[in-house]
Each structure stands twice: as structure tokens, then as C-alpha cells.
Design a binder for this molecule. Sequence first.
Ligand code: AG3
Length: 272
Amino acid sequence: MELWLREQHTEGYSVSWKIKEIFYQKQTPYQHLAIVEFYDLGRALVLDGIVQTTEKDEYIYHEMIAHVPMFSLRQVETVLVIGGGDGGTVREVLKHTGVKKVVLAEIDEDVINACRQYLPVTAACLSDPRVELAIGDGIKYVEQQQAAFDLIIVDSSDPIGPAEPLFGSKFYQLVKRALKPGGAVVAQTESPLFYPQAFQRAVQAMRENFTYVKPYLTAIPSYVGGFWTFTMASDSELKPSWPETLPFSNRYYTPEVHQAAFALPPFVAEIV
Ligand code: AG3
């Protein structure tokens, strides 16, 4: 018997993934959660039928959401990751030895537990002593923080379901208060091809709250359309700097890739 996941994107466009094995499936209080193994792309986390991360290309997303802001800030000791229960973003943040504490605010504990068990490539890092888990609503968590973090990373799913409020201005107002002076926020801001309104809404929300707002673009093969945007924002100018050689190795991120990511094709630039 053949088993396929059909990821439906529009009325007329869907992408199909052939499944080798289903490791875990559950309807959690927040969403449908599955960890599967695809032919060719390896294991993957799937939420509400949308592929969130695959072993084949997770490093592209996680390196770009973490290292672009990390190398744009002078000193980062405390980081908050909102969402990102698979742990991939935390793993990349922890590569920076100056980091003292990473809080992972994930609403759905089942995501963390399932990834710990079946997706160690991203989740093994969650046992690092610098990691603190805050299970619950990321917005409520941020609301309770004041000048507490150098960097806040919004590693959310699409703005349908539990991640919807993470694309609005009210959320970024709270983020601003939770950041230390000179701190920054970065968020995954969706596909410029398939979800341009979500991209626009997030960038707008950041502009309403921060002086410097910088969208950047990466190719993520397993996300719809391939193009993916991230947006970084701060009240300090974000100027990247790197040591002569990076203190750790990556599979995607380099200083050149970092700089190139800010070159926006006109069809992307005109959305924001
Ligand atoms: N977070 C971003 C997933 C967005 C994917 N959306 C889509 N393909 N329509 C993924 C979590 C990785 N840590």
C-alpha cells in the first residue's frame, strides 16, 4: 500500500510526499501532529498537514533564522525562541559560545516530546543545560518579560491556527518591551509567492514597532514555492560582523550567504 501526504496550498495547487513510515501521530489540544519518514527527504515534522521541517533541508532554515541575527548583534547572551518545538533553531543558537540562556516558548508540549523521541537531529540539543523550556502561549510568556532578551526568534508555523497572533502589531509591541536595549527580533515571514499578505502583515507589524526592519530571502526546498522570507527588526542599526573564520561549521550559512540574502528580487521587495 502506498501512503502519501498531500499538502494542499491553494484550490489548484498541492504537493505530494510519499511516506515510508509514520512514527507518531496525535491530535494535540492545538493541532494535528505527525512525525513521518518521507522517501528521499528523511524524517519530518508535520503540523496540520503542513511540513514544518525535514532532515533533508532543515539546516537551511535553522541556520538562516539563527545566524543572520546572531552575527548582526554585538553580544548575545539571552535568547528567546517562540515556537520552534523541534529544537532546530535552538541547536543553531547554541553554537554561539557566548550564549548563556535560551528559553524555548512552545505552546504544544507534544511537539517537543515527539521531536525528542523521533527527530533527534533537531531536538537532541534541548537537553543542553543552557536551554529552559517554557511550555505555554508564547505571547503570554513575552508579556511577562521586560528587557530580558538580546534576541527573540519567532519560529512559528503559518498564521492559521495557534501562530496567527504572532503576525500582528500587538505581539511586536510586547516583543519590543521584552528585548534588552539594542536587542533584535527575527521571524519567519512566509512565502512571498504563496503567502504575500502574511509576509506584508508581519513586516508592517514590525515597522510599527521598530526603527530598522530588514526582510531577507532564502531558498527552502521543502516549503511551498521554494522562496522563503525572514524579517529581522531592531531599534539599533543591524550591521553584521564576523570573526576571520567562523567558530563553528555550517552547511548553508556563510557571511557571503548572509549578505546575499538581503538582495530582494523586485517581486519580493514590492510586497513590503
Ligand atoms: N516553521 C516554519 C514553517 C512554515 C512552513 N510553512 C509552509 N510550508 N507553508 C518551521 C519550524 C522549524 N523549526
